[in-house]
Design a protein. Sequence first.
Length: 78
Amino acid sequence: MGLISELLLLPAAPLRGTVWVLRQVEAEAERQYRDPATVQRELAEAERQLLAGEIDEDEFDRREDELLARLENRNPWT
């Protein structure tokens, strides 16, 4: 039965491989998105921009809320 199943599913092998790769890429992107070191760097960059006058206090607060929400693994807009 295993051989017959594999032969019948053989045409779908490229699609299954593609789906597997996309899931791996998604998992890595999610890991990097929530990585505390990445969030900390982005927060430091936002603070630098605030101090340099490149963004205003409201924009800094918005970015800070979003970054802290990423660390807490929640949606910042709820």
